[in-house]
Ligand binder design. Structure first.
Ligand SMILES: [Fe+2]
Length: 152
């Protein structure tokens, strides 16, 4: 099995590790809602939404423009941006559902989010991130990783 790309030196590694971190938060969040622990679930959702929101902005504002510049193509990232808007809608739906104390509505919105997010993350990790890394010389790749880490 290939080793995972290094989160310290590649955009692929850094962004894939952030996907994994957010996926783990979503698993924890889903378990809290299933157990009826809605107050801690709402707090965790706040952290998940902030983390996912940052990840999306980081791609829209930094990674995707870099991809378009180094590859000369913006078609793949245009699709990714459209999917970001769908992800944001379902995330807002999850927040509204928990704020309204409606776990059934939360579950529907969460399923809709996962339906978009699963394939979306696979496409990013398999295509968008590695192509960006591959087109950057080592020094420029190191600068991209530093910018990704510093992004707020
Ligand atoms: Fe994305």
């Amino acid at each position: 099995m290939a080793t995972d790309p290094d989160p310290e030196t590649t955009g692929t590694g850094y962004l894939s590790a952030d996907h994994d971190r957010l996926d783990a938060l979503l698993v924890e969040l889903t378990a809290l809602v299933a157990a009826g622990d809605l107050a801690p679930a709402a707090r965790l959702l706040g952290g998940f939404a902030a983390g996912l929101g940052r990840h999306i902005r980081l791609e829209d504002e930094l990674l995707f423009p870099t991809f378009a510049r180094v590859t000369g193509h913006d078609g793949p990232t245009a699709v990714m941006r459209e999917e970001h808007r769908m992800i944001e809608e379902h995330l807002a739906g999850m927040e509204a559902a928990l704020a309204g104390g409606d776990p059934a509505a939360f579950t529907l919105e969460r399923a809709a989010l996962v339906a978009v997010l699963g394939d979306h993350n696979v496409k990013e990790e398999a295509i968008v991130y590695p192509l960006t890394d591959d087109h950057l010389p080592d020094g420029a790749r190191a600068r991209l990783v530093a910018e990704l880490r510093a992004f707020r």
